[in-house]
Design a protein around this ligand. Structure first.
Ligand code: SF4
Ligand code: SF4
Length: 198
């Protein structure tokens, strides 16, 4: 029985080899040719900006910082007078990052993504600590799906006109109505004699 199994495996293997014989080689001639990373690949952490305003989507909620197992993220976002967080600093130390993607999963505001980028090697470790500006710049052209629920813009409430304003408005309306036809009449009058003379 064992021998038949081996022969079957051999034939299967040979079949796969023959299938690839006539195909074009898939080896990339790096660095002349570069591979586009798949959409969901975990390359490097970048910050995402709003597609309309260009502002960072980050609300400074600190969830990514708390989720990071290697303490590679530092977020400084103290609360302002209105109790809202103000994002002052966002730093990612790429020398500590293990590319686990937990920060991206923790973020509820489409503010952070592991972009499919590579070729970031350097001999100066200090250049791998990215601040908010660098993170925003790196994430500028990174495509992403905006899952935030935007609140509709509230129109400022218009105060109801007072009774005195109502009277003024109605007066001005009637004045306009009275003056409008007389102006057109006078125009007609001035035009007509001239035309006659000509
Ligand atoms: S990918 Fe993982 S290790 Fe890297 S910053 Fe995000 S949570 Fe931290
Ligand atoms: S990137 Fe996301 S999770 Fe991290 S602080 Fe900003 S909004 Fe919060």
């Amino acid at each position: 029985m064992g021998i038949f199994k081996d022969i079957k495996a051999l034939i299967t293997g040979m079949g796969i080899t023959t299938k690839h014989l006539g195909r074009h080689a898939i080896t990339l001639q790096y660095p002349e040719e570069k591979w586009t990373m798949p959409e969901r690949s975990r390359g490097i952490v970048v910050l995402l900006s709003d597609k309309e305003t260009g502002d960072l989507n980050c609300t400074g909620c600190l969830l990514c910082m708390k989720a990071c197992p290697t303490a590679a993220i530092f977020v400084d976002a103290p609360r302002g007078e209105d109790k809202k967080r103000v994002l002052k600093a966002f730093v990612v130390d790429n020398t500590l990052c293990c590319f686990c993607g937990l920060c991206e999963e923790a973020c509820n505001f489409s503010a952070l993504k592991m972009a499919g980028m590579y070729e970031l090697s350097t001999d100066d470790k200090s250049t791998l600590i990215w601040d908010m500006k660098k993170l925003q710049l790196m994430g500028k052209d990174v495509p992403y799906e905006d899952t935030r629920k935007k609140k509709p813009v509230k129109k400022p409430a218009v105060p109801a006109p007072t009774p005195s304003e109502n009277i003024v408005n109605s007066k001005t309306k009637t004045d306009d109505e009275q003056t409008a036809p007389t102006e057109t009449k006078s125009e007609d009058k001035t035009d007509s004699p001239k035309d006659d003379k000509e």
